[in-house]
Design a protein around this ligand. Structure first.
Ligand code: NDP
Length: 481
């Protein structure tokens, strides 16, 4: 059985404790590798290496850093097939999705920030006859990046790339459930000539190595993506230490469909926004509000489309839905379907586990599920399920749908579907979400601020926001004599 290793100071290391955790393939339910169960001693080695590397890395010219990060992007690209297969095997997502979304985006993340840093500028403020202020933005030092399992390398690199581009040294932890592409990233970093200690990758559990990273006094900033409960815990540990914190957390996103849409076209788009990656994207719309005038027509077209979607093993090029990430997660999602029924929900399609033929008969497959008949206030419509489950709710007026859409503790993303520009503007303005898509979903421009309001997080990633997060501004004033 393959044993993965930590990447510390440019070398691969077994965990000091000698302890490992099973890594399961969701498509088959079988253990296929083991990952280090890292602890304080592994972290101490990584912190020491990062501190030693910081003056070297931050002292390099922007051009030199950019060139190395571009090599890193090219290194992933040259091993595209290996990365795609690894991501799909670890996560259960269709290989097609990993090939079109996850791995290309990880490459783009490094490419984008490698070039963005060459254009990053800071401000100067001139005071007539008094003097001039200028602001420098220097890297923070050693920073921590912690990412979840749903878009493993995509989100891991979304943090690591700006942190490195800005001149920081990074200690990063992928989710223990999806460690493999992070392990490969260490190999690529080494091949790309990233100096030892600049990027360190530690594997292990959140409560152990993740928590130790957050609590470590030498790690000055934490960029975290994951669940709201974990984010709350991290804030509790990090805030009294005055660490910089970026928290990208959960969502319960509304999808709002007005009566003037092209129903056939919109059904296909809403299938994507609901069930991509088995519904395990923080941005997926899980509460679908449909205008009363088209409710029945849209519902039947959507149910038809969704019930014919192909649930299959991730290597099947025709798979539209793969496996969910773990047995525990599958059971959690099935638990929510039972909850929905007990709250009065009517399952229109799906609602159950799907059993494929061997060798996939023990895999974690769920039929894409549509439920109606629930109120917006019930738990099913207020708690994040993070699986292939959506609910349908009718509405009559803009006011009514806005009130329901905003009535959640979350504020991550929304999509609005209408041909009426005025409606689109009014809705976009009044939705309490960090991201609003009109007649689209998950169209990403890496320059834009990314993140949520309310319990969906603190701060924004992307573009200058990320480079500002990973630097400390210092204002210097020079008086004119
Ligand atoms: P978790 O919060 O369980 O875990 C996220 C990461 O944090 C994992 O690496 C986990 O490690 C680690 N972790 C867990 N506990 C701690 C701790 N006490 N201290 C430090 N690190 C810890 O989330 P999931 O992995 O289950 O991901 C799903 C969640 O992520 C959903 O809520 C989803 O909405 C959210 N998400 C948000 C996004 C956004 O941009 N807003 C994007 C994508 C997902 P381990 O897994 O090894 O235990």
């Amino acid at each position: 059985m393959e044993l993965l290793e930590n990447f510390i100071n440019g070398e691969f290391h077994a965990p000091v404790s000698g302890l490992y955790i099973d890594n399961v393939e969701p498509a088959t339910g079988a253990v296929y590798s083991k990952i280090p169960r890292s602890g304080d001693e592994d972290l101490s080695m990584a912190v020491l290496a990062s501190e030693k590397a910081f003056p070297i890395w931050s002292g390099m010219s922007v051009n030199e850093r950019s060139a190395i990060l571009l090599r890193l992007a090219a290194g992933i690209e040259s091993r595209m097939d290996e990365f795609v297969k690894a991501e799909s095997k670890d996560n259960g997502k269709p290989e097609k999705l990993a090939a079109h979304v996850d791995i290309p985006r990880a490459i783009s993340n490094f490419h984008f920030f490698a070039t963005a840093i060459e254009h990053f500028a800071s401000e100067s403020h001139y005071m007539e006859n008094v003097g001039v202020n200028f602001t420098t933005r220097r890297p923070i030092g050693v920073v921590g990046c912690i990412s979840p399992w749903n878009l493993p390398l995509y989100l891991f690199s979304w943090k690591i790339a700006p942190a490195l581009a800005a001149g920081n040294c990074v200690i990063a932890k992928p989710s223990e459930i999806t460690p493999y592409t992070a392990f490969l990233l260490g190999q690529v970093a080494k091949e790309a000539g990233l100096p030892p200690g600049v990027l360190n990758i530690l594997h292990g559990t959140g409560p152990e190595i993740g928590n130790a990273m957050v609590a470590h006094p030498k790690i000055k900033a934490i960029s975290f993506t994951g669940g709201t409960a974990t984010g709350k815990h991290i804030a509790k540990v990090a805030a009294p230490m005055f660490k910089k914190l970026s928290l990208e957390l959960g969502g319960k996103n509304p999808t709002i469909i007005f009566p003037d849409v092209d129903i056939e076209q919109t059904v296909k788009e809403i299938f994507r926004s609901s069930f991509s990656n088995q519904g395990q994207i923080c941005l997926c719309g899980s509460r679908i509000f449909i205008h009363n005038d088209i409710y029945d027509t849209f519902k039947s077209a959507f149910v038809n489309w969704v019930s014919s979607a192909k649930v299959s093993n991730p290597t099947d090029p025709k798979a539209q839905i793969g496996a969910v990430v773990s047995k525990a997660h599958m059971e959690k999602v099935l638990g929510y379907i039972e909850l929905a029924k007990s709250e009065g929900g009517n399952v229109l399609t799906g609602g159950k586990r799907v059993f494929l033929e061997a060798p996939y008969d023990e895999g974690y497959y769920l039929a894409p599920t549509i439920i109606e008949g629930l109120t917006n206030e019930c738990r099913t419509n207020q708690e994040e399920i993070f699986g292939p489950v959506v609910t349908l709710m009718p509405f009559s007026t803009e006011e009514e749908v806005l009130a329901m859409a905003n009535d959640t503790r979350y504020g991550l993303a929304a999509s609005v579907w209408t041909k009426d520009l005025n409606t689109a503007h009014r809705m976009a303005d009044r939705l309490e979400m960090g991201i609003v898509w009109v007649n689209s979903w998950l169209v990403r421009d890496l320059r834009t601020p990314f993140g949520g309001m309310k319990d969906s997080g603190v701060g924004r990633e992307g573009g200058w926001e990320a480079l500002r997060f990973f630097t400390e501004p210092k204002n210097i004033f020079i008086k004119y004599e």
